[in-house]
Design a protein around this ligand. Structure first.
Ligand SMILES: Cc1ncc(C[n+]2csc(CCOP(=O)(O)OP(=O)(O)O)c2C)c(N)n1
Ligand SMILES: C=C(O[C@H]1C=C[C@H](C(=O)CCC(=O)O)[C@@H](C(=O)O)[C@@H]1O)C(=O)O
Ligand SMILES: [Mg+2]
Length: 536
């Protein structure tokens, strides 16, 4: 089975300890000893799943996560769900008791098929005829896979196994789709959500249209990208009212003004479907194709000033946001996001957590040239706050040279993560690594406002809910992150000012480190309102 996984392109495996999965554990170690894969062990299966997800994201290979039977399997569900919504190749190989024990009160025995509901599932009977064929077939699907393997005693191998070097599988080459032709036509904007890719930027530049690109779109660069687009789409914004057509690419998830724009009855929506991961759309679509190109012979856009007006308005708002923040007496979360985005160059990679950090980055990440923009990735499939520390470690490891790894999937410079304090606490167990586990260079920038500030800026943050807010939504915790990091001997640096933060970012310690930026949460709603009320 492990040989089949190697032949299918697996080069990383994450293992959580157990007895029932011992046959697999020994075989995975044998494969590592043969230099054919990297084995990572993690105590917590939920962290293991998200570590594997991060590895799959940047290595662009299927990654195995393996565990014992029982509740361990259910702990892989969050990462498997995220893998489904992002169509990432997560291969859960779970150990099970033999079928004859199912439905009995045998120890650590439950119905494991279906525990990972959005995964292509196969139940492999003990001693099955052709496990390799099963694995090879399973790994041809896109998205998460659940291979449930019944193991029977004895669980420890009589001798060691010597795997053979896998034939390097030709990673599937997806043929480029023949693009459909799009008239230059009306006042158009291109919305690039998570995973959109460079096609969104290229189309916007072909059409002469403004590009409204989220940080993890892979398109937030070039002269058409409008940084503070979300403010320009705000309620009272004239430019937004003039939009007649939207080309939507990738998975937009960040802001209600974009959701409202896509839902407008007077706006034509053209969908660049790509690989179809996010179909069907939650809004009406007037035209869809896997690829689009602008008719070269078409006349110039109906409104020759359309792009220039967006660019000027964007520059005006950028300047106003900078002035507003400069007048703040203390470090703000917006400045943290801006400093982190400036700290990375072309080959840098930023993993951004959900909630306010990704939205602050959406406002503050000033678009640069395509040649100088770092890669930005996030778990936007379901925007969970779970597993973010582990996914960030996995993303960093997936970039580094490993067993049998070809050239870098993405960049070679440093990896930084930007996440909130509640998100960090939710997976601080991701910092628990054994003494021989591979450790990447990774700076985790934790924006600590002692709770969940996102809720302050939503309906539940309104003054009428003030009495219940902290207990139900703010969830202050008072955790001392320095002590928490000390427990795993993770270097920790607390900063209170922009200068300190920039200094910390310029001095990466090597290995996994935490830079804690202390900011206020009690002024967030009011400051957010002032930002949203800015007008070009
Ligand atoms: C697994 C999961 N649980 C709960 C939520 C709901 N949720 C979204 S954001 C958030 C709070 C995040 O707080 P923090 O990480 O500190 O970010 P902040 O908004 O304070 O910057 C919560 C609980 C979620 N998205 N995923
Ligand atoms: C808190 C959760 O997620 C919510 C976070 C923000 C979303 C939102 O409305 C952002 C508004 C904006 O920036 O324009 C909200 C939403 O999509 O409605 C998310 O539910 C959560 O419960 O996970
Ligand atoms: Mg917070």
């Amino acid at each position: 089975m492990v040989q089949a996984l190697l032949d299918a392109g697996v080069r990383d495996a994450v293992l959580s300890p157990g007895s029932r999965n011992a046959p697999l554990s020994f075989a995975l170690l044998d494969a590592e000893r043969a230099g054919l894969l990297r084995l990572h062990t993690r105590i917590d299966e939920r962290s293991a799943g998200f570590l594997a997800l991060g590895l799959a994201r940047t290595s662009r290979r299927p990654v195995v996560v393996s565990c014992t039977s029982g509740t361990a399997v259910a702990n892989l569900a969050p990462a498997s769900l995220e893998a489904h919504h992002e169509q990432l190749p997560l291969v859960a190989v779970t150990a099970d008791r033999p079928e004859r024990l199912r439905g009995t009160s045998a120890n650590q025995t439950t119905e494991q098929l279906g525990l990972l509901p959005r995964s292509t599932t196969h139940d492999l009977a003990f001693g099955a005829a052709d496990p390799a064929g099963v694995v090879a077939e399973l790994l041809r699907v896109t998205g998460p896979v659940h291979l449930n393997v019944q193991f029977d005693d004895p669980l420890t191998p009589p001798d060691r196994w010597v795997p053979r070097a896998p034939a390097s599988p030709e990673l599937p080459v997806v043929p480029a789709d023949e693009p459909a032709v799009l008239a230059r036509g009306p006042r158009t904007v291109v919305v690039a959500g998570d995973g959109a890719g460079d096609a969104a930027r290229e189309l916007a530049e072909q059409g002469g249209w403004p590009l409204l690109a989220e940080p993890s779109s892979g398109a937030r660069c070039g002269p058409h990208a409008i940084g503070p687009y979300r403010l320009l789409l705000g309620a009272a914004e004239r430019l937004a009212a003039e939009v007649e057509r939207v080309v939507v690419v990738g998975h937009p998830t960040l802001s209600r003004p974009v959701t409202r724009l896509l839902a407008r009855a007077d706006v034509e929506v053209v969908d660049l479907v790509g690989d179809g991961r996010w179909q069907p759309r939650p809004f009406a679509v007037d035209a869809a194709a896997p690829a689009w190109t602008v008719a070269p012979e078409q006349a110039a856009p109906a409104d020759a000033d359309w792009l220039r007006r967006w660019q000027e308005a964007g520059r005006s708002l950028d300047a106003q946001v900078a002035a507003l923040l400069a007048a703040e007496p203390e470090l703000t979360p917006y400045e943290v996001a801006g400093a982190v985005s400036r700290a990375l160059g072309r080959d840098g990679l930023l993993f951004v957590g959900p909630s306010s950090p990704v939205r602050d980055l959406d406002l503050m990440m000033v678009p640069r040239s395509a040649a100088s923009t770092p890669t930005v990735v996030a778990n936007r499939g379901l925007a969970g706050i779970d597993g973010v520390v582990s996914s960030a470690i996995g993303v960093a490891l997936g970039r580094s040279a490993g067993a049998g790894r070809e050239a870098e999937a993405v960049g070679t410079q440093r990896t930084v993560a930007l996440l909130g304090d509640v998100t960090f606490l939710h997976d601080s167990g991701g910092l628990v690594l054994g003494p021989v586990e591979a450790r990447p260079d990774l700076t985790l920038v934790v924006v600590n406002d002692d709770g969940g500030s996102i809720f302050s800026m939503l309906e539940q943050g309104a003054p009428e809910h003030a009495e219940e807010f902290e207990r139900l939504f703010g969830t202050p915790h008072g955790v001392d992150l320095a002590s928490l990091c000390a427990a795993t001997r993770t270097p920790h640096w607390r900063v209170e000012s922009l200068a300190e933060l920039e200094h910390a970012l310029a001095q990466p310690a090597g290995g996994i480190e935490v830079v804690e930026a202390r900011v206020r949460r009690d002024t967030r709603r009011e400051m957010d309102e002032r930002v949203r009320n800015l007008r070009p």
